[in-house]
Write a protein that binds this ligand. Structure first.
Ligand code: PEP
Ligand code: MG
Length: 640
């Protein structure tokens, strides 16, 4: 039976299935023994206060119990059991909260590939599980085809070597995304996860021939239109159509999450870039936006016009040219910020100043370059020359983040004006707004002070223009460069809050390019040189030391420093537990991971014994002092 070569008889009549309907059940064949077994089952469940996996034998009519242990279960079963046992008063609320793993919760939130079908099918390839859930569709190789085929009513999977902003419309249209290159924080992974879309990246076995529109895996060739199935939770790629199981939303989920929040002591915010994402995240329980990446307005739906203006700005050569283009861009930026602040009505919104990887936005297609040349009144050759001048050998460490604001203060000025004007106008409309201005890629206090000069000047101008005395806001920074972590005491003199950008902090601590890890990290994992992909699971041993030290140093000069995380780790359960232990005030993650972070944060508080049951709806702020004590106590604990 264990080997699966015999079909066991069913235990009772009510659990008969189509596979064993013809077999006699224990209930009818041995009624007395069945009753005895059932009574022992109930007794065991009451004693262990959990569902048991029971082994028994019946020899010459006598029942022998061999073993019992806590039974494994799916996400849906775990939720139902926890809520049933809570209803039966077999367990209390705190125990119920610990009965679902964050992964099981994730399972509940996305449609998945039917596990039975997956067991019977061998994957043709594997990659990094970048976006959760399952997806099944016909393969296409360009973003345009993804859009066009979807328009024709087909369901497609977009296969790319790697993705870039020009692919976003196709990525949005596709049911799932599969790339041959890239790591967990590559463009495809970030965008897909933000949307809760199934995505596998770094699948090195794929050989895509864009000309022939074919895909070859291990010598076998597939054509455009062939069906494939992806399991984005595990990173498995299947040829053909596998059935999907839809995750019908259990109303008990809402009830369960309500209980979870009673035991959570740190906040959970979201990384949202559009008003729609912000709304979705609020529906999932987000208590604010921890990262609003302004440059995402240049991707996806309705981005054509702002993207074109941004390209003009990038190509501009003089301050005068740039200021003229920034004035054109201003209404788009302001609308985006204002709409998002309005959706988050009264909740904090951290707006990050522009951090565009410039090279990604320089148009490569001849047609796009021609359009830009004619708009700027210059030749295509001139565009090519300017693009060439912008080329950087290592753009991730190049002219990005605060460095842009230092060399082009007018870019910071435009954004800060948009934030302040939106705040004043919304306040006048009776809304409550809490903007937080966040400066990215900072490595020294001086950079923050330089930008602060611009912020203060624009603040005074906006107050004067609208005739208001004050605008509430916070000014802070991302900590995503090791030097910033090392000098956090100084940086905190200028920053009212820190948000850890652990994507870049991991990249720069390990010296692993976040876009190129597909080539070697899988081998590191196979050889167990790394316990996990550090872009997925925060490296508490190394990067974590920087985080812990940075918080301690920061709070040594500003005791009330507000601290959060907005790297991708903010939605990964063991990393969330770490954030709790080092005394962060909140974690921020993509909308679909918000419930997972809520559960992980509550479980961390419960594990620490620090969680006091709060009245529903009460504010959830971690007192830094208390959590610092918790950190000390928790430090010898094993890594989770
Ligand atoms: C980070 O570096 O962790 C971060 C959130 O910023 P981005 O991913 O946009 O570089
Ligand atoms: Mg970053």
């Amino acid at each position: 039976m264990v080997a699966g070569i015999r079909t066991p008889s069913p235990l009772n009549e009510s659990t008969k299935s189509e596979h064993n309907r013809h077999l006699p059940s224990l209930e009818t064949a041995m009624a007395g023994t069945y009753k005895q077994l059932d009574a022992i089952r109930v007794k065991l469940e009451k004693h262990f206060k959990d569902m048991q996996d029971i082994e028994f034998t019946i020899q010459e009519g006598r029942l022998w119990m061999l073993q019992c242990r806590v039974g494994k279960r799916t996400g849906t079963a775990a939720l139902n059991m926890a809520m049933d046992m809570l209803g039966e008063k077999l367990i209390d609320e705190k125990t119920a909260v610990t009965r679902l793993t964050p992964d099981q919760l994730d399972e509940l939130l996305h449609p998945i590939v039917d596990p039975k079908a997956e067991k019977e099918t061998a994957p043709v390839a594997g990659g990094l599980p970048a976006g959760p859930g399952g997806a099944c569709g016909q393969i296409v190789f360009t973003a345009n085809d993804a859009v066009e085929w979807t328009r024709q009513g087909k369901v497609v999977l977009l296969l790319r070597e790697e993705t870039n902003p020009e692919d976003v419309e196709g990525m949005r249209a596709a049911e799932g995304i599969l790339t041959a290159r890239g790591g967990m924080t590559s463009h495809a992974a970030l965008v897909a996860r933000g949307w809760g879309k199934c995505c596998i990246v770094g699948c090195a076995a794929l050989h895509i021939d864009l000309h022939a529109k074919t895909l070859t895996i291990a010598g076998r060739t597939y054509r455009e239109g062939d069906w494939f199935t992806l399991n984005g939770t595990r990173g498995n790629v299947y040829a053909g159509k596998l059935p999907m199981v839809s995750s019908t939303e259990n109303p008990r989920f809402v009830e369960f999450m309500h209980i979870v929040d009673k035991y959570r002591t740190i906040g959970v915010r979201t990384n949202a870039d559009t008003p729609e994402d912000a709304q979705k995240a609020r529906d999932f329980g987000a208590e604010g936006i921890g990262l609003f990446r302004t440059e995402h307005m240049f991707y996806g739906k309705h981005s054509e016009q702002p993207l074109f203006i941004l390209r003009k700005m990038i190509i501009s050569r003089t301050e005068q040219e740039r200021r003229a283009v920034l004035a054109e861009l201003y209404p788009f930026v302001k609308k985006d910020i204002k709409d998002t602040l309005a959706v988050m009505d009264g909740l904090p919104v951290t707006v990050r100043l522009l951090d565009p990887p410039l090279h990604e936005f320089v148009p490569k297609a001849a047609e796009e370059r021609a359009k830009l040349a004619s708009a700027l009144g210059i030749t295509v050759n001139e565009i090519a020359n300017r693009a060439e001048a912008l080329h950087e050998s290592n753009p991730m460490m190049g002219h990005r983040g605060v460095r842009l604001g230092v060399t082009y203060p007018e870019i910071t000025e435009m954004q800060v004006r948009a934030i302040f004007e939106s705040a004043v106008e919304l306040t006048a409309e009776g809304k409550k707004v809490l903007p937080e201005i966040m400066v990215p890629v900072v490595c020294a206090k001086n950079e923050l002070d330089h930008q602060r000069g611009i912020v203060d000047r624009v603040y005074a101008e906006v107050c004067k223009k609208y005739n208001v005395r004050k605008i509430d806001y916070l000014y802070g920074t991302m900590i995503e460069i090791p030097r910033a972590a090392l000098t956090s005491d100084k940086i905190a003199e200028s920053a009212e809050f820190f948000s850890f950008g652990t994507n870049d902090l991991t990249q720069m601590s390990f010296g692993f390019s976040r876009d190129d890890i597909g080539g070697f990290v899988p081998d590191y994992l196979k050889l167990k040189l790394l316990p996990a992909d550090p872009f997925q699971v925060l490296d508490q041993e190394g990067v974590g030391q920087l985080v812990r030290m940075s918080i301690e140093k920061g709070r040594s000069t500003r005791p009330k420093l507000k601290v959060g995380i907005c790297g991708e780790h903010g939605g990964e359960p063991s990393s969330v537990a770490f954030c709790y232990r080092v005394g962060m005030n909140y974690v921020s993650c993509s909308p679909f991971r918000v419930p997972i972070a809520r559960l992980a944060a509550a479980q961390a508080a419960l594990a620490d014994g620090k969680s006091a049951q709060k009245a529903p709806g009460s504010a959830k702020k971690a007192a830094p002092k208390k959590t610092r004590k918790a950190v000390k106590k928790a430090s010898p604990r094993k890594r989770t």
